[in-house]
Structure formats: structure tokens, C-alpha cells
Design a protein around this ligand. Structure first.
Ligand SMILES: Cc1cc2nc3c(=O)[nH]c(=O)nc-3n(C[C@H](O)[C@H](O)[C@H](O)COP(=O)(O)OP(=O)(O)OC[C@H]3O[C@@H](n4cnc5c(N)ncnc54)[C@H](O)[C@@H]3O)c2cc1C
Ligand code: FES
Ligand code: FES
Length: 1341
């Protein structure tokens, strides 16, 4: 046996992909399925978004035949974590396998496209495949099943509503797309019952959809069934250069392998091992797939409980336990019910479909969700090895250290025994995470108590906690002391001090948030106490000391989402508008069909070019240090490595930058100024070799003092020099001195990672005669062009930068991709080969900067009635190590400090902090949201402190049409008052305010809050020069039109809108018009597609070009008025009239004088108003957004579907900014919240339960193309309504606790901050350690 296992012969890999057989005689087992699909099978539809199972962009369907029970299973899996050998004998279906634009679309693809569920399209293939897999298992799913199927998928663009609504059409109830006036999505929505004439609520028409016929789905490949039925299962071995993969089929074979290869790693779902290999640089030369050993895959019911094979997937476990819970008497199944509940919050479907119980236990993570339950339930494991089999308990001695347990190196977990419970035994599980769905726990717990029969006396109690130490731990003293006590009033008070003793967290403990985590230990126990008390009350009514106050009833209930509903309202085009005029109609995104079929090409999907190399980046590991030496010997010695490139190889300028300061370096020059700075790059055959080689480069540093946070920068006086960063109006000092009320304070707004689903990607191709072609995922093609030219010391006319589309950008791809392109160009120039660099998610997050964190220190003066008289604010933003756009971001913040309020005396000053973190950059809103947040916070504070109505105080201070802002701009077509009145009405604010107050008076531990927030957002680039755009329009003799313009498509529907503008101008249908790409060769000197100016600038340029052409066609139209567009075009051609024209536009009247603080920095303002209502769990800090209503002024919307999509997407992104996304670093400047695993953006489950959007009607904007308004950025800030609703809810909790209502709440309002602001008898018991007396585990920069 041993020789057979250790021999060198390998098996050939056989699987089916999209119905075709794939045979590989020399498979490299270290490859993931995703790499194999993309690089070997050239199926680039499946995307790499994170590489760690956290985003779902790589989702494919895996079908497997089981010869034992002759069934076929279909499961959604993450191809990025699936080792290629795992799929041997199985069938893989990718997005390309279900439909295409060339053949037919699958209904799952068609419906997503037509329901506007795809914007940038990068998440789309994964979302389609999750839905497709669900349909293969449940042809008519429920809405709950649909929402659950997307737990493992993220989208950064859409805000999710459109996806859910599109797919609702597959449910039994279906969905009319809002068209029948009584839509399931908007039934009985108060405030929306009356629909104005000319207003539509329908964004798509489901009658157009192809019906779904499950019988038309492809069958499982018969060849694979025959293969598995006929040939006896035998051990398999795949041998590669780096990894050997074994697939044993008996325990004996597995144990033999463990002896032969003691260091071999067993793999089941690879959800831990895959992450270790990819991100923790672990190398496992021998992997053993233990999915095919019957002893490990069985699950059965025994007389004492359930016995689960260690390789049983969590999905199978869940299904089995759900059935047991349904079929067995309730008292027996309490542990199983708790496990089922916990699995609901454990990762997403893709992970649960492959991850195993054994893998979870063996990993021994201190934040494992299952270990606390298994420990509390006193589960037993069978461990087996060549030495024999033993049974061990998962008790307090099982875990011996961080990720260590008593499982021997040679041992295999065989089974897990999970016992039945008895009638007087209660069992519950608890988990709190940053995001409810698909997130690892901050703290979790399993709790079990056995009461003496017929009494409330504790016989035994087990309390197991995760997230409180290096291992899952038992609260031993509490467990001991509680024995014999009565489960009744007073228990909590008696046990709390013991729990805190059992679960100490010293200041600076790994994970941080020490007081919060300690408070959770008490909160969970309190919830457990109440839950058991409820059961006792049911069983033994009237027992003394068992009463539960009425207001406590909701304390133990879970927050849960109802399937999302909502209305989308917009003004229809006028009845007389010609059919051919596409402007104003909800046209589907121009690329939607390509996106839903995986045919849309992003930079990394461009097929590799012969001779192409890949770059691996050598990044600084220090925030600030001198570079003593760099040794690349080991890296260049690696097979497949071709060159090592650093600053010495830059033929032109190593210093570049988006501003004239040019302080960004391509390669570090003797010193590093942030973690993640590029020191050098390694050029190699593949990404894997390049990355391995980069890790082998030895850099010796000498540490220098590092500045990380804004406070560090203030303390050390570290600022970028900036003149002109103060805007003044009136006499602030006098007004403050004479104000009846003066309010002073400080607030911090954290940074935000862009988390565009497509990371930054570049391909540089050296062409003949020194020409360079650049493909870059950039919002600003001119920047890579100019930076490449500068770096190589060549003229710009030798460089062309091209971009078809990006997978999201949000400002993050404005400037930083230029630097990456220049780095690639230097390498390509050195090796004279095409060079590609697509950053891994962690690299992207470390290197490319974030939304600027802000600190505001303010003083406001007001009258007794709440009229603002004076505002003085000092704003600080954290710019990072280079200037980049820090100045402009601050400028935008300074111009938005007024939000919608008329303040007669203002002095706002900006300070640009220079720190040792990666340079921060543009992000949707560009400082505007932060500026507005400060003033809104001041108003919130004022209304709380002085008991003024939040509505009244805002109305009192509102600007009126025609007023001038504090920087002297007259407000025209502003419409904030209309949005305000309409939103108050539509949201039914006053009634709901009363309902919220009523709810709060009846509930002590659950609180609701409601808030209304307006926005006013200025449209134009602060740098006047950038407010220009060019276009080039060609008309071909068949009448088709090709448009090029300077804007880039990143999902925001810009190309679609440009086609609509051209359609209106040329008076032809949209389907005659096409946009292929953006290129500096067709339209030069482009401005960034940013600042919500994309449609305004490029639309006007396109219009200009189209008008020129139309003007030239006019004589032919007059000659032949009955002719067609095609005949006029042909006539013009025949008469040698040019059918091609450039177009140009510059925004008029933009100016600003910093000396006088007067001018017009913006062309116009976009206004909107949102009302949000939340419910907060005061014991954990968890919350749920119950409802949001938005009224937004989009002018005469160019495309209501696109604009509503932008509003929803921006709002959910803003929700991330103000509530969910917590960006953290070590005090030494290393990013902690790296990757999808630790940085949590909102998911499907986080959107408001009811999400209503209305575009303001009859509000044409004379200042932009087709009377529209730019809406890319303005709605983002409206998400602060959720922040203030949360603050409102916390205030009620503070009222109950008898502490002041007014308190400081920084953004984001994370669960930690919410909980710690709801102070009560539990938080009071936790010792507070003064800041500065210890080194914290993390800081927020
Ligand atoms: C995106 C994502 C989300 C996640 N979310 C959660 C979450 O919410 N909660 C949570 O607790 N965890 C979570 N995890 C962690 C992980 O998914 C779980 O720990 C999972 O149960 C591991 O199972 P696996 O089969 O994939 O393990 P693998 O990666 O295959 O193996 C893990 C370890 O177990 C060992 N092992 C496997 N089988 C045996 C056996 N029979 N005997 C001895 N050793 C064995 C392996 O050798 C390896 O060391 C998440 C992971 C990812 C990537
Ligand atoms: S790329 Fe696979 S889950 Fe993100
Ligand atoms: S459309 Fe989902 S990430 Fe862009």
C-alpha cells in the first residue's frame, strides 16, 4: 500500500465544464478552479473579487453524482477557494454555460439585465450563478430562499433592491415590476397610494420575460455517471511540481497517507486551508482530500443524539438537523435548533456548501461559531489514527492554545456526537459580528442549563464563549457558582461580576474593543437568562421571582429582515415624445446583456498576449523607515522570474502625481513613507511566481517615527502646506459672542475603502517604435497616459490609454491607477514585453488609499429658537503620505459645510494632515458628505440639547430659492424645500415619529429611531480647468453611429446616457448608436469621470458633435423630407459631406475668489431628502434599517432606471460609510481590515426592509444636458439619515438609563459604538481604561 501511495504516477484529471469534457494529464493541483477556468479554459466570465470566499464574484455551480443513492446535487461554490482537483468526476457550470448573447439568454440572465440589476457588472456573473443554482434546486423559490441564496454575494454598485425585485419574478407570487399599480413591492405603502398623473412606478415589464422552464436545463453528463457507477472507487493522486493531491476513499488509505506524509494537510472545503495558502503564505506540498471516505461523510441519528462525520458539509448538516428539529419532539432538539440558527449566520451558501464541521473544529479558531455550541453541548469526538481510536470531549481542556487542540498530528477527526437535550434542559447560541450575514464573530457563545425537574434550580450550566481569549473558553467560575441557584430575579446581578472575572480582556488585547466585547458577554447571558425564564414561566407559571417586565419582552428577540419591498417613482416622458427619442426612458444599461452572460470584458479578462509577463509587487512593510538594503538574489533565482525592477530602471521621472506637486514616487527612493508603498517589482511568467518571488526579496529597514492618525498629525504638526483653505462670511467672532446659545464639539468620520469589486488592473504593451499601449482600469485615461509618458521620458503622443469598462471605481480609480500603469510601463520597457498587473484584493486595499478620514472641531452660535447665527469649524483630513487629491477633497468639504442651511456668519478652515498611511484619494462625494455630516450633527445636537423639534429647527434654517450660499453662489433650481415637503409626506413622518415614541416607551432593550436628512450637493470640479469634455461622433453610411467621448464607464450607465443624448439630438433610435471604449487616441486630454459631472460634460460634448452632424445633414433632409435617416446619411456621403465630428463643452461661469470667499464653484446644486427608521438592539449594538424613503431631484432624469440605481447604490454605500464600514489599522500603520473577510461592506441582508425612491417631478434643470442633473454622488450623504435615526434610538435608551441625551457619536456608528453609547447596568460594571495609558490593538486613522 505504501508504495502505491508514494509512487510518482499521477492520475489524470477529468471533469465536465459547461457540458464539455475536460481532461488534464498534467494538472497542477495548486491551482484553484477559478484560475483554471480563467487561464486554461479561457472562461473569464467568473471573476476574482477577493480570492477568499467573501464576495461571491467567482460563484459557479458544482454538480455531483452520488452512486450510493443515485442522486445528483447542485451546489453553488466559490471557484476561488476550490482546488482544481476537488472537481474530479464532477460537472462545473459557469456563467458561460447557461446562456449567451449569441445563442439565447437564460431567464436568470435576462431578468437581471432587464430589471436593471447590473451596473458595473463585475459581481453579476456570481449573482447570476447563485440564482441559477437555487433554481436548479427549487424552480419556484420563495423570496426568503432567494435572499438567503445571496448571503455569499456582494455588490458595491446597485444597492441590491433591483436584483431582488428582478428575481422576485421567479417566485410563486411573481412581480409585475411595479407596472400594475398594485405591485407586491409597494402594496399598502403609506404615502404612496396616490400616484400623480404622468408618474410611473414601473422600471421593467415582466411580460417581456422568457418563462422559466426547468425541463430545458442541461442534464448531468451521463459519462460521469457511468464512470462512477462502473469503476470501483479507488484512491487518486495528482502530482504537480509544487503540490501532490491525494484523494483516498478509505480510512485505511487516509491513515497510511498520514504516516507517509506526516506534514500533509487534510482538506475538506478548503475554506481555511485556501485562505492560509493565498493570504498567509503557507505552503502545503501534500494535500489530502478527505471528502470521499464514507466513514467521514455519514450523518446518522443514534439513541443518544446525532453522529456527524467530520467531512459532512455544513449545508448537509443544516438540512439534516432542520429535519430532526421538525420531526423529533422539541425538548430533544434544542441544541440542533441552536446550531441551525447559528448556521444561518455562518458565512454564505457557497462556503457552507463545502465547509465541514470537522474543518471548523480542527482549525480551532477562537471565533469559530460552532465550537462554543459544541463545547456548551458537551459534544464528543472520535479521533482515529494508526494508534487506534479514542473518544474525547469538547470541554475546557480541548483547545490548548491559539488554533491548537488536543487532536494529535497523526489523528483524524472521525465523527462528532451532538447529544439530544432533555425536557428541563435549555440551550441557546449567540453571535455578534460587524455584519449580521456572512461575517466572523466579534463574540459568540453557546449556553446550556439543566434545571432540577419541576423547579427553577440550576443543576448544571455550561457557558462557552468565543472571541474572548485565544481559544473558545468556558466561564468556569460562573458555571460553578450558579449550580443550585434559582433561575430567577437577582441571578443576573449575582453572575455578572463572575462572568467578567471569567472572561477578562486586558487593555490592548488582540481584537481590541475590549469593553464592548466584555459587555457582550453580559448581554448574551442576560438574553439567555430571559429566554430560559420565559420557558420556566411557560412550564411553571407564577413561580416567585420569575416575572419578566413587559418592556423586556423584546430583549431576547432576534432582529430579522422581511423580504425587501419598495416603490420607485419617476416622471414618465411626455406623451408626445417621439418613440425614437430614448432620452428620459428607463433604458437597460448598454452593457447589461454582456454583463449577465459574462461576456463583458474587463482589463484582466483581455486574453494574454504572447510573451506577456506578470508583475509581483515588493511593498513596504514599514510605515516610515530608511531603506538600508534590498536583496533580490533569491527572487531572481526563482525559475520563471525574468527581472527585478526598481527606481534605477526608471528612464524618465520617478516622481509623478495628480497635482503639480508630484510627490508620488513610482518606486521608493531610499525611504518608505507608508506600509504598502512600492519598493520594486518582480517580472515573471505568472502571477503566482511573481508574487512568490516578490516575497523572497529581502528589505532591511531602519525605523523612523511614524504618524498614523489625524491626532498624531495634529500633535506633531504634520501638515501639507496649503494656502487658501479658509472660507469666511460675516463676523463669526462677534456673532458667537452675542449668541444666546453656543455649542462646541468635535466629531470624527472614519475612512472608507472603495471596495470596487474589480481591483486595479493594468496591461501595458510595448509597440513598435517606442509606442506604448496601456489598458488600465482608470476613471481618467489621460492620467495613465501622462504618467507613463513621464516615467518613460517619452512624448504623450506615443502613449495611448484604453478602457472599455471598470468593475466599479467610486473615485478610487481616478489617480492611483495612473501610478500603477507607470510602474508597469517601466517594467515593460525594461524587459520589452507586455506586462500585466492585477492587484489582489489585499494588495489593492493596502496600496491604493481610501476615503479621507475627517475630524471636525466646531463652535456654533444660535438664537434661542434655534436659528443658526454663526459657525466656526476647523476640519482636518488624513491625506496619507502624498498630497494626491487631499486639497480638493478638503475644498469640497469646506464648500459643503452649510448643507442646506443659511448661516449668516461662517468661518471654515481646512487642515491637510500628512501621515504615514497610503495616500488617500477621491471617493464618491469627495469630502462633501463629511462636510455636510458635521453641520447636520450640530443641528441634531442642538435639537437634542435644547429640546427643539428636529423638523422645525431644520426648516427654520433652510436656504430659500435665490439665497446666496456662504461662498456667494446664488441658489437656483435648488428644490430642497419641495423634496423636504414631499419626503415628509411620503414617509408619513409625523405618524411614524409617534409610533416610534410609543414603541420606545414600551420597550427597554429595543429602541427605534427615525430621522430626516436633506442634502444639497454642488456639481462641478473644484479645479475649473477640469470642467471640459470632448467627443467624437462618427456616422457610417449604413446609418449607424459610433460615439467616443472622454468619459469612462464604471457601472454608472454613462455610455447608456450618452447614447440617449445622441438619440435625442440626432432623432434616431438608441439601437443605431454604439459606444465601444474610451481611448486617449480618439478623445484627448480627458477629465476624470468624477464629481457627478460625467453626463453633464460628456453629454454636452456629444450633443455638440451630434448637432454639427445634424446641421450638415439638414440640406439633405430638406431635399427629401420623406427620406429616412439612412437615406440622408447616404446622400451626405455621396455629396462628400463629412459624417464625423468632434464636439466640445466647457462649463460656463465657474470661478471662485479665495481672497473674498466669493464666487461660483458649482454649476448647480442637486438636492434630496431621506427619512430612515431603525431598530436597535441596545444589548448588542446590532440594528436593522426598517424603512427608508428618498425624494431626489434628478432634474428631467436622462434615464430613471439608471438614476434610481445610482441613488440606491450611493445610499447603501453611504450606509457603509456612516454605519458599517470600520477601517482599522495597527498603531504601527498596518491595515487590519484587509480583504472581504475583515472589511465588511453592506450585503443583501442590510438594505432597508422598505426602500422607497421617488424622483422629484416637474423639475427640469436648465443648466445641464437635456435638463437633467448629475446624481452619482449626491444621494450618498442621505444615508446619514440612518446614522441619525440610530442616534435617536440610542437617545431613548439613554433616557431610560437616566443619563444625558446629548452625547458624542462618531461615524461609523458601529455595533460597538451603539452598544457603548447605550449605557446601562451592564456596561457600568466594565472598567474603563483611560486612552493613552496602554497601546491599543487598533487605531482608526
Ligand atoms: C468567506 C469565509 C467565511 C467564513 N465564515 C465563517 C463563520 O461565519 N464562522 C466560522 O466559524 N467560520 C467561518 N469561516 C471559517 C471556515 O469556513 C470554517 O472554519 C469551516 O468550517 C472550515 O471547514 P473546511 O472544510 O472548509 O476546512 P478546510 O479548510 O478544508 O480544513 C481546515 C482545517 O481542518 C483540518 N481538517 C479537516 N478535516 C479534518 C479531520 N477530519 N480531522 C482533522 N483535521 C481536519 C484541515 O487539515 C485544516 O487544517 C469562514 C471562512 C471563509 C473563507
Ligand atoms: S473571488 Fe471568490 S468569493 Fe470573492
Ligand atoms: S454591479 Fe455589482 S459590483 Fe458593480
Amino acid at each position: 500500500m505504501a508504495s502505491k501511495l508514494s509512487g510518482t504516477d499521477g492520475n489524470r484529471l477529468v471533469f465536465f465544464c459547461n457540458g464539455k469534457k475536460v481532461v488534464d494529464n498534467h494538472v497542477a493541483p495548486e491551482l484553484t478552479l477559478l484560475t483554471y477556468l480563467r487561464a486554461k479554459l479561457l472562461l473569464t466570465g467568473s471573476k476574482l473579487g477577493c480570492g477568499e470566499g467573501g464576495c461571491g464574484a467567482c460563484t459557479v455551480m458544482l454538480s455531483r453524482y452520488s452512486p450510493e443513492n443515485q442522486t445528483i446535487s447542485h451546489r453553488a461554490i466559490n471557484a476561488c477557494l476550490t482546488p482544481i482537483c476537488y472537481v474530479h468526476g464532477m460537472a462545473v457550470t459557469t456563467i458561460e454555460g447557461i446562456g449567451s448573447t449569441r445563442t439565447r439568454l437564460h431567464p436568470v440572465q435576462e431578468r437581471l439585465a432587464k430589471a436593471h440589476g447590473s451596473q458595473c457588472g463585475f459581481c453579476t456573473p456570481g449573482i447570476v450563478m447563485s440564482m441559477y443554482t437555487l433554481l436548479r434546486n427549487r424552480p419556484q423559490p420563495t423570496m426568503e430562499e432567494i435572499e438567503s441564496a445571496f448571503e455569499g454575494n456582494l455588490c458595491r454598485c446597485t444597492g441590491y433592491r433591483s436584483i431582488l425585485q428582478g428575481y422576485k419574478t421567479f417566485t410563486m407570487e411573481g412581480c409585475c415590476g411595479g407596472s400594475n399599480g398594485n405591485c407586491c413591492m409597494d402594496q399598502n405603502r403609506s404615502g404612496y397610494n396616490e400616484v400623480e398623473e404622468g408618474v410611473s412606478t414601473s422600471l421593467f415589464d415582466p411580460t417581456e420575460f422568457t418563462p422559466y422552464d426547468p425541463s430545458q436545463e442541461p442534464i448531468f453528463p451521463p459519462e460521469l455517471m457511468i464512470m462512477q457507477n462502473d469503476s470501483p472507487t479507488k484512491i487518486l493522486k495528482f502530482v504537480g511540481d509544487e503540490v501532490t493531491w491525494f484523494r483516498p476513499v478509505t480510512m485505511q488509505e487516509l491513515l497510511d497517507l498520514k504516516v507517509l506524509y506526516p506534514e500533509a494537510k487534510m482538506v475538506v472545503g478548503n475554506s481555511e486551508v485556501g485562505v492560509e495558502v493565498k493570504f498567509k503564505n503557507q505552503e502545503y506540498p501534500v494535500l489530502i482530500d478527505v471528502n470521499h471516505i464514507p466513514d467521514l461523510t455519514k450523518i446518522e441519528t443514534t439513541p443518544t443524539g446525532i453522529r456527524v462525520g467530520a467531512s459532512v458539509s455544513l449545508t448537509s448538516l443544516n438540512e439534516y438537523l432542520q429535519n430532526v428539529v421538525l420531526t423529533q419532539p422539541e425538548p430533544k432538539t434544542r441544541v440542533y435548533a441552536a446550531i441551525v440558527e447559528m448556521l444561518r449566520w455562518f458565512a454564505g451558501h457557497q462556503i457552507r456548501n463545502v465547509a465541514s464541521l470537522g474543518g471548523n473544529i480542527a482549525t480551532g479558531s477562537p471565533i469559530s461559531d460552532l465550537n462554543p455550541l459544541l463545547m456548551a453541548a458537551m459534544c464528543k469526538l472520535q479521533l482515529t489514527s494508526k494508534r487506534g481510536t479514542r473518544t474525547v470531549k469538547i470541554d475546557g481542556n480541548f483547545f490548548t492554545g491559539y488554533r491548537k487542540s488536543i487532536i494529535g498530528n497523526d489523528e483524524v477527526v472521525l465523527t462528532v456526537d451532538i447529544p439530544f437535550t432533555t425536557g428541563n434542559e435549555y440551550f441557546y447560541g449567540y453571535k455578534q459580528a460587524l455584519r449580521r450575514v456572512d461575517d466572523v464573530a466579534i463574540v459568540n457563545a453557546g449556553m446550556r442549563v439543566i434545571l432540577e425537574p419541576g423547579t427553577n434550580e440550576v443543576q448544571e450550566c455550561r457557558l462557552a464563549y468565543g472571541g474572548m481569549a485565544a481559544t473558545t473558553v468556558l466561564a468556569k467560575k460562573t458555571m460553578e457558582k450558579i449550580k443550585g441557584m434559582k433561575w430567577a430575579n437577582g441571578l443576573m446581578e449575582a453572575m455578572s461580576p463572575l462572568l467578567l472575572e471569567d472572561l477578562p480582556l486586558p487593555p490592548g488585547a488582540p481584537g481590541g474593543m475590549e469593553p464592548y466585547r466584555q459587555s457582550l458577554t453580559l448581554s448574551f447571558f442576560f438574553k439567555f437568562y430571559l429566554a430560559v425564564l420565559e420557558q420556566i414561566n411557560l412550564k411553571l407559571p407564577g413561580l416567585s421571582g420569575s416575572s419578566i417586565p413587559r418592556s423586556y419582552k423584546t430583549a431576547n428577540q432576534r432582529l430579522h429582515t422581511n423580504p425587501a419591498v419598495g416603490v420607485q417613482m419617476y416622471q414618465d416622458v411626455p406623451s408626445g415624445q417621439p418613440e425614437s427619442d430614448a432620452a428620459g426612458r428607463p433604458l437597460t444599461h448598454q452593457s447589461a446583456l454582456k454583463q449577465v452572460t459574462g461576456e463583458a470584458v474587463y482589463v484582466d479578462d483581455i486574453p494574454s498576449i504572447t510573451g506577456e509577463f506578470y508583475l509581483g509587487v515588493v511593498l513596504s512593510k514599514k510605515a516610515h523607515a530608511k531603506i538600508i538594503s534590498v536583496d533580490s538574489t533569491a527572487a531572481v533565482a526563482l525559475t520563471g522570474v525574468h527581472s527585478f525592477v526598481d527606481m534605477k530602471d526608471v528612464p524618465g521621472s520617478n516622481a509623478v502625481g495628480a497635482t503639480p506637486v508630484k510627490d508620488d514616487l513610482l518606486f521608493a527612493d531610499g525611504e518608505v513613507t507608508c506600509v504598502g508603498q512600492v519598493i520594486a517589482v518582480v517580472v515573471a511568467d505568472t502571477q503566482a511566481i511573481a508574487q512568490r518571488a516578490a516575497r523572497l526579496v529581502q528589505v532591511e529597514y531602519e525605523d523612523l517615527p511614524a504618524i498614523i492618525t489625524i491626532q498624531d498629525a495634529i500633535d506633531q504638526n504634520s501638515f501639507f502646506h496649503a494656502s487658501n483653505l479658509s472660507v469666511k462670511k460675516g463676523n463669526v467672532d462677534e456673532a458667537l459672542g452675542t449668541s444666546k446659545r453656543v455649542l462646541e464639539g468635535e466629531m470624527k468620520i472614519g475612512g472608507q475603502e472603495h471596495f470596487y469589486l474589480e481591483t486595479c488592473s493594468t496591461l501595458v504593451i510595448p509597440r513598435e517604435g517606442g509606442e506604448i499601449e496601456v489598458f488600465s482600469s482608470t476613471q481618467w485615461p489621460t492620467l495613465p497616459q501622462s504618467m507613463v509618458a513621464e516615467a518613460l521620458g517619452i512624448p504623450r503622443n506615443r502613449v495611448v490609454c484604453r478602457i472599455k469598462r471598470m468593475g466599479g471605481a467610486f473615485g478610487g480609480k481616478c489617480t492611483r491607477p495612473g501610478i500603477l500603469a507607470a510602474v508597469c510601463a517601466v517594467a515593460a520597457n525594461k524587459v520589452n514585453r507586455p506586462v500585466r498587473l492585477t492587484l489582489d484584493r489585499d494588495e489593492d486595499m493596502i496600496m491604493t488609499g481610501i476615503r479621507h478620514p475627517f475630524l471636525g472641531r466646531f463652535k456654533a452660535g444660535l438664537t434661542e429658537t434655534g436659528r443658526l447665527r454663526a459657525l466656526q469649524v476647523d476640519l482636518y483630513n488624513n491625506g496619507g503620505n502624498t498630497l494626491d487629491l487631499t486639497y480638493s477633497v478638503m475644498e469640497k468639504a469646506l464648500f459643503h459645510m452649510d448643507s442646506c442651511y443659511n448661516i449668516p456668519n461662517v468661518r471654515v478652515t481646512g487642515h491637510l494632515c500628512k501621515t504615514n498611511i497610503a495616500s488617500n484619494t477621491a471617493f464618491r462625494g469627495f469630502g462633501g458628505p463629511q462636510g455636510q455630516m458635521f453641520v447636520e450633527s450640530i443641528l441634531h445636537e442642538i435639537s437634542t440639547k435644547y429640546g427643539l423639534s428636529p423638523i422645525h429647527i431644520r426648516e427654520l434654517n433652510f436656504y430659500k430659492e435665490g439665497d446666496r450660499t456662504y461662498f456667494g453662489t446664488e441658489l437656483k433650481n435648488c428644490n430642497v424645500d419641495r423634496c423636504w415637503t414631499e419626503c415628509l409626506k411620503k414617509s408619513d413622518f409625523e405618524r411614524r415619529r409617534r409610533d416610534v415614541d410609543q414603541f420606545n416607551s414600551e420597550n427597554r432593550w429595543r429602541k427605534r429611531g427615525i430621522a430626516i436628512t436633506p442634502t444639497k450637493y454642488g456639481i462641478a470640479f473644484p479645479l475649473v480647468m477640469l470642467n471640459q469634455a470632448g467627443a467624437l461622433v462618427h456616422v457610417y453610411t449604413d446609418g449607424t453611429v459610433l460615439i467616443s467621448h472622454g468619459g469612462t464607464e464604471m457601472g454608472q450607465g454613462l455610455h447608456t446616457k450618452m447614447i440617449q443624448v445622441a438619440s435625442r439630438t440626432l432623432r434616431i433610435p438608441a439601437d443605431k448608436i454604439h459606444i465601444s471604449e474610451t481611448s486617449t487616441a480618439t478623445v484627448p486630454n480627458t477629465s476624470p469621470t468624477a464629481a457627478s459631472t460625467g453626463s453633464d460634460l460628456n453629454g454636452m460634448a456629444v450633443k455638440d458633435a451630434c448637432e454639427t452632424i445634424l446641421h450638415r445633414l439638414e440640406p439633405f433632409i430638406q431635399d427629401d423630407p420623406k427620406g429616412t435617416w439612412e437615406s440622408w446619411v447616404m446622400a451626405a456621403y455621396a455629396n462628400r459631406v463629412s459624417l464625423s465630428s468632434t464636439g466640445f463643452y466647457k462649463t460656463p461661469d465657474l470661478h471662485f475668489n479665495w481672497e473674498t470667499s466669493e464666487g461660483q464653484p458649482y454649476r448647480y446644486f442637486v438636492c434630496g431628502v431621506a427619512v430612515s427608521e431603525v431598530e436597535v438592539d441596545c444589548l448588542t449594538g446590532d440594528h436593522q434599517v426598517l424603512r427608508t424613503d428618498i425624494v431626489m431631484d434628478a432634474g428631467d432624469s436622462l434615464n430613471p432606471a439608471v438614476d434610481i440605481g445610482q441613488i440606491e447604490g450611493a445610499f447603501i454605500q453611504g450606509y457603509g460609510l456612516f454605519v458599517m464600514e470600520d477601517y482599522r489599522m495597527t498603531p504601527t500603520g498596518h491595515l487590519l481590515t484587509k480583504g472581504a473577510g475583515f472589511y465588511k461592506i453592506p450585503g443583501f441582508g442590510d438594505i432597508p426592509g422598505e426602500f422607497n425612491i421617488s424622483l422629484l417631478t416637474r423639475a427640469p434643470n436648465p443648466r445641464a444636458v437635456c435638463s437633467s442633473k448629475g446624481v452619482g454622488e449626491p444621494p450618498l450623504y442621505l444615508a446619514s439619515s440612518i446614522f441619525f435615526a440610530i442616534k435617536d434610538a440610542i437617545q431613548s435608551a439613554r433616557d431610560d438609563a437616566g443619563i444625558p441625551r446629548a452625547f458624542r457619536l462618531d461615524s461609523p456608528a458601529t455595533a460597538e459604538r451603539i452598544r457603548m453609547a447605550c449605557q446601562d447596568q451592564f456596561t457600568k460594571q466594565i472598567a474603563q481604561v483611560e486612552e493613552g495609558t496602554f497601546t491599543p490593538f487598533f487605531v482608526r486613522p
